[in-house]
Design a protein around this ligand. Structure first.
Ligand code: RP5
Length: 159
């Protein structure tokens, strides 16, 4: 039995230092009718914790993982190896390579273990929420309606 709360998304960060990148995610989730919670679990420093978070989240009914990491960003790839749920990777500009390192780590997954990689940084974090909403809208009319309203705002030049 899992004690993890049920949310649509679990946002995993490789480090507390990734926090600024995800700042816009809770409000955008609320706007699109999604729930999320955040966990910090480094694939390199805390592999046992990462395994536990993934199995607890799956047991709680999580639908999509978003994995946010910088440098040699193996977090989303490891998550994708441990679950059959969709995994969205958000690269972080955390080192001297300005996020290109993290982006290439996420994009270059071997066949059969996909990570849907979005843009580096906070723009990518926003798109991770919108992509998750688009996936969940296939089966969730409330999310579909909110997504349509959001797209209409964008079409009118709003944000
Ligand atoms: C990655 O290394 C984290 O996701 C973070 O982006 C980067 C630096 O981590 P800290 O040294 O700030 O903990 O694993």
């Amino acid at each position: 039995m899992s004690s993890a709360p049920a949310t649509n998304l679990v946002v995993l960060m490789g480090s507390a230092s990734d926090q600024p990148v995800i700042e816009s995610m809770p409000a955008l989730c609320e706007r699109l009718g999604l729930t999320m919670r955040v966990e910090i679990a480094s694939a390199h420093r805390q592999p046992a914790k990462l395994h536990q978070v993934i199995s607890d989240s799956e047991a709680a009914g999580t639908e999509i993982f978003v994995a946010v990491a910088g440098m040699a960003a193996h977090l989303p790839g490891v998550v994708a190896a441990l679950t059959s749920l969709p995994v969205i990777g958000v690269p972080v500009a955390a080192g001297p390579l300005a996020g290109v390192d993290a982006m290439l780590s996420m994009v270059q997954m071997p066949p059969g273990v996909p990570v849907a990689t979005v843009a580096v940084g906070s723009a990518g974090a926003k798109n991770a929420v919108v992509l998750a909403a688009r996936i969940l809208a296939l089966k969730n009319p409330d999310v579909a309606e909110k997504l349509a309203a959001y797209r209409e705002v964008l079409a009118q030049g709003g944000k």
